[in-house]
Design a protein around this ligand. Structure first.
Ligand SMILES: *Cc1c(COP(=O)(O)O)cnc(C)c1O
Length: 408
């Protein structure tokens, strides 16, 4: 038997079934009218943000990385809970605008911004995190054509990365940001252009569980932005320190020690160098805010045995939950937290693999896990599905269509 990932805290059990808030999985499926279904919990998202605010120094604002989950009711909820929104395309810009989020709360990072996207962002009045000198030139040209003063920041590609992170986005050659040694010259050019100077953005990696690694990266980021601000010859209005706080997905993963991170940031904020004295800081977080608050529910359509291995075949799969199948940024496939939602209180009775309905052997939601005996019609729950689920999976693949989503 292969171990399953840890089920996040905060879920309930009603009549032996998994419950999200006050409703059972089967009641939620009945309400949505279909499986597969993503259920997101308002209460869990609120609790997570509350815990963050309690742990972090008040000087540090929280931004939501929209790509983690752009479902509009979540954007709506987030507009009440966090300060800023980080987007990565004109499509995400349209989503946050539709959610009524004011432009001064939005920043736009990401390589390969088209000129039309730069124009949309400048017209809307959102901050552009410039990813190259070429993009800086195109942004300034677009602003001149439009007759609008652009709000510009520079994304820095630091020399360091976030140790132990699932996805490294800094250090060495990267398509993200501008190599640190070339940043001061570009910053001076941007400031001299008359643009509204918004400062620096450093994002060194994602999905880290080690507080020590996160603290170390944040300290390096603060030292680097101080040095870059000095070299740019201007006080720094804003600094996005990145994020990288991960969530436990796999057997043995432990939650990050948020208190330790908050304490270290508190100390760092108390001893900032003069060039950062007026700087506003933020952390940008995606999965840490919403990942554990989502569950993917899928119904068992068939049960079969092949060469002694039991397969529970569901109506879901990697077309909605690519990450749980192990095909989104993981090297070795390990099991997400997965359970039989309709037999949530039952003991483990057998070893089974939960697979999806796609015609590819990659479509495995759980491999050789220990489960109660599940039958056709039972619901499977895949946890940690609140981030990089519906929007980060190939929903068109094999034509089964998208999953439903509901925020409760
Ligand atoms: C993806 C991304 C994030 C969010 O990452 P999480 O691991 O979901 O917190 C934040 N900032 C940038 C620049 C990103 O590319």
């Amino acid at each position: 038997m292969k171990p399953l990932g840890p089920i996040p805290p905060g879920f309930a059990m009603i009549d032996g079934e998994l419950a999200i808030g006050t409703r059972t999985a089967s009641a939620l499926v009945a309400e949505a009218g279909q499986t597969p279904l993503f259920v997101y919990s308002t209460a869990m998202i609120r609790r997570r943000v509350r815990d963050l605010l309690a742990a972090l120094p008040s000087r540090i604002a929280i931004h939501y990385a929209v790509k983690a989950n752009p479902y509009w009711p979540i954007l709506h909820l987030m507009s009440e809970l966090v300060d800023g929104f980080d987007i990565a395309s004109a499509g995400e810009l349209a989503l946050v605008q539709q959610a009524g989020i004011a432009p001064h709360r939005i920043s736009f990072a990401g390589p390969g911004k088209r000129t039309s996207e730069l124009e949309a962002a400048i017209t809307a009045g959102v901050t552009l995190n410039l990813e190259s000198e070429g993009e800086a030139g195109r942004a300034l040209d677009a602003a001149a054509r439009l007759g609008i003063t652009p709000r510009l920041a520079i994304r820095v590609n630091p020399e360091f990365d976030l140790k132990g992170s699932g996805m490294k986005m800094g250090g060495g050659a990267k398509q993200f940001g501008i190599d640190a040694e070339r940043v001061p010259a570009l910053a001076r050019m941007v400031i001299a252009s008359g643009a509204e100077w918004r400062g620096f953005h450093i994002f060194a990696g994602s999905q880290a569980l080690s507080a020590a690694a996160i603290i170390d990266t944040q300290a390096q980021a603060l030292a680097l932005v101080a040095q870059l601000a000095e070299a740019s010859g201007a006080a720094l209005p804003h600094c996005n320190l990145g994020g990288g706080l991960g969530i436990p997905y796999f057997p043995g993963d432990e939650p990050v020690d948020l208190a330790a991170i908050g304490d270290a940031l508190g100390e760092a904020m108390a001893q900032l160098p003069p060039v950062l004295a007026q700087t506003q800081f933020c952390l940008e977080l995606g999965r840490y805010l919403v990942g554990e608050a989502g569950v993917y529910l899928t119904e068992i359509i068939d049960r079969k045995v092949s060469h002694g291995e039991t397969f529970l075949i569901t109506d879901g799969g990697l077309h909605h939950q690519l990450a749980a199948s192990g095909n989104f940024g993981t090297v070795v496939r390990r099991n997400y937290p997965v359970a039989i939602a309709t037999k949530f209180d039952a003991p483990v009775q057998e070893e089974a693999s939960v697979v999806g309905c796609l015609c590819t052997p990659l479509d495995r939601l759980a491999e050789k896990g220990g489960f109660p005996r599940a039958e056709v019609g039972d619901l499977v729950a895949v946890f940690c599905a609140g981030a990089y689920g519906a929007s980060a999976s190939p929903a068109q693949f094999l034509g089964h269509g998208p999953a439903a989503e509901i925020l409760v």
